[in-house]
Design a protein around this ligand. Structure first.
Ligand code: GTP
Ligand code: MG
Length: 305
């Protein structure tokens, strides 16, 4: 029987880099479908996460953090985010509880209003576990002033889980009545290959300096099923991936002394991928230089941007 009160729709998360959009997406979906890191500009494509509740299905569109672009990659990411504003029922502007509202936030709000003047806005104050109640109150007020008196502002913490269900209810209240878009249990429409490449990139980002994270891109070259496995051994996938950096000097950093760093990345990524896909994998990683790919239209195309 169809539920006449069932609501469904699309919501996108926007905000400056590093404001917790992907962590919040994962927390609401209940599974790690988007990679996260303490480095700004971790997310590089829009990722759909599906939130299933008894009376609603909400499709979250996590987007790359918005900032003034310095490279062609930056420009492409900004365009991508702008395209999603008008395709969703509501845009959630994410602002961390522990950082002052700045010109970057105002610029994002202006962009949203310009591109999608009729799309509903919602304010989300993220990372509330990092501040006291006394510090949170003025931040909620400031976000409310930024977005206007008619806009809902919801404080949440993705890491402690505080207020997550309140946020789901607020999002659902902004959806139109309608049937689910995705079958029960489906958590994302990311292809497995993309999920694998992203988990490898996440593992490789860990512990890198300030500049290298932006220079890193991961491409899955080949996935094949190992032959001759017995039923007891179970399925094994051979996954071959290339890690691209922009300069020869970066190659050594990613590989590490005697290959130690790359081996660590492989081990960490393999365990994440096996957890996500529920199948054993053999992961083969190689590092290559694609000179200044962030600024080169041809290379960007090849890397999927
Ligand atoms: N304490 C705390 N930290 C958080 C919370 N949410 C995210 N973080 C941390 O903030 C950092 C950035 O999180 P991400 O989810 O990658 O941020 P993002 O907005 O997706 O970043 P970009 O993809 O670069 O735009 C990570 O180190 C997270 O662990 C939270 O609720 N509480
Ligand atoms: Mg992100």
């Amino acid at each position: 029987m169809t539920d006449p009160d069932f609501r469904s729709g699309f919501v996108c998360f926007v905000g400056r880099p590093n404001t917790g959009k992907s962590t919040l997406t994962n927390a609401l979906v209940g599974s790690k479908i988007a990679i996260t890191s303490s480095r700004p500009q971790t997310t590089r494509h829009t990722i759909r996460g599906i939130v299933h509740r008894e009376h609603a299905q909400i499709i979250l569109v996590d987007t790359p953090g918005l900032h003034r672009p310095r490279t062609l990659l930056g420009q492409r990411l900004n365009d991508l985010v702008r395209d999603t504003y008008s395709e969703v029922d509501a845009v959630c502007v994410c602002i961390p509880a522990d950082e002052k509202i700045g010109p970057g936030d105002r610029w994002i709000v202006e962009q949203v209003r310009q591109v999608a003047p009729r799309t509903k806005l919602i304010g989300i104050v993220t990372k509330i576990d990092k501040v006291s109640k006394e510090r949170l109150a003025p931040q909620l007020l400031a976000v409310s002033e930024l977005l206007g008196p008619d806009v809902d502002v919801v404080p949440v913490s993705a890491t402690s889980g505080e207020q997550l269900e309140v946020l789901v209810d607020v999002l659902a209240s902004h959806m139109e009545p309608g049937p689910a878009f995705y079958p029960d249990g489906e958590l994302t429409d990311e292809p497995e290959e993309t999920l694998m490449a992203e988990l490898i990139r996440e593992a490789a980002l860990e512990g890198l300096g300030d500049e290298l994270p932006h220079s890193l891109a991961v491409v899955i070259e080949e996935i094949s099923e190992r032959e001759g496995r017995t039923e007891k051994q179970g399925e094994l996938l051979d996954v071959h991936a290339l890690l691209y950096v922009e300069r020869p000097s970066q190659k050594g950093i990613v590989i590490g002394k005697g290959g130690a760093r790359l081996r660590e990345v492989g081990t960490a990524a393999r365990s994440q991928i096996e957890k996500l896909l529920g199948v054993k994998i053999y992961l083969d990683l190689h590092v290559k230089v694609a000179k200044d790919w962030q600024r080169d239209p041809k290379q960007l195309g090849r890397l999927g941007f």
